[in-house]
Design a protein around this ligand. Sequence first.
Ligand SMILES: NC(=O)c1ccc[n+]([C@@H]2O[C@H](COP(=O)([O-])OP(=O)(O)OC[C@H]3O[C@@H](n4cnc5c(N)ncnc54)[C@H](O)[C@@H]3O)[C@@H](O)[C@H]2O)c1
Length: 360
Amino acid sequence: MGINARRVLITGGAGFIGSNLAVFLKESYPSIEVYAFDNLIRQGSRENLPRLKRMGIEFIQGDVRSAEDMSRSPVVDVMVLAAAEPSVQAGIINSPVPVLETNLLGTIRSLELAASFGADVLLLSTSRVYPIERVNEIPYRKDATRFVWSLDGSNCPSGWSTSGLRPDFSLEGRRSFYGASKLGAEMLLQEYAGAGRIRGLINRCGLVTGPWQMARADQGVVALWVMHHLFDKPLRYIGFGGTGKQVRDCLDVYDLCRLVARQLECRERWTAQVYHASGGTERSISLTELTELCRQLTGRQLMIGSEPDTSQVDVRILIMDSSEAQRDFDWQPERSLNETLQSLQDWMVRERPMLERTLT
Ligand SMILES: NC(=O)c1ccc[n+]([C@@H]2O[C@H](COP(=O)([O-])OP(=O)(O)OC[C@H]3O[C@@H](n4cnc5c(N)ncnc54)[C@H](O)[C@@H]3O)[C@@H](O)[C@H]2O)c1
């Protein structure tokens, strides 16, 4: 099946998800033209440019906050919005203005451009739109290696299933500047769609990982864990007592790309609806468990430090139910966590000089 588009623009196209998606689309549909738009602000994004070039993907350097920069894009049929400041810690210690401007103003500029082209828009959003307190007040217990939601029929919050949060989970409450900016971006997309100016779709992604994730201390935790095991660098469990029991679900970037491709194949069904794009309970893991898998993978046992205090934006457990995306797009994640970790390790071994030069 084709995606019925001649040209696709990916903002943040030199970033982790954007570059993987650009390459995936070009490999899957060689006849389409793929453009990657990025200001290269993320440490390491520049390292993706040779990869994009080799695939015949045109790179446009520019800032999504600038209408002038964006006007350098050719007319396209589809835009995927993956440019962002993607850290939930953004704006906590430093000013929140950069994360808000990038994620909100950048979305407005992108939606305006899409409307002027008559292009369809797919927004990559986040599980962090859900309010911190609402998520943390779900009953839980401490098992040996992880926090576990302890719910029975009587105390299930609305919008929750045994497979995790559903898209109708409460949105009441505070969620971090990052989460607020992404929820704002979702709402803007829905307004543009409701006003008939674009057609769009939203993927709320859980934790996504895989090769070419340029991990840093505040974003890309799985890649950070593997890299620090491989390169013998320090790590710390931070928050909730500092024992590493926080849990996230992980999706391999390859599986996210497969989902996006399926969605692009049926754009006539886009009505600005929200889907969860996540690995679910089967691909959920705590930091302590991740340490053990990294030990098995790399043969290195790190002494992990501990910092008991919890960041104001941390959540104990975040697992999302992606059954609606599975049903509507006939999609299932294929890669297991072990396969994802293995592919991260293979990539890091191969790219070690670049990673040491760029990230450590
Ligand atoms: N990686 C994850 O686990 C994850 C989880 C949930 C949601 N998301 C969302 O997916 C999207 C992509 O995330 P990612 O992990 O690839 O992050 P990333 O940081 O690797 O990629 C983002 C890219 O956007 C670029 N960028 C930042 N500000 C820009 C600006 N003003 N103008 C142009 N380019 C700019 C950066 O240089 C970078 O290359 C983001 O919207 C993020 O919120 C990611």
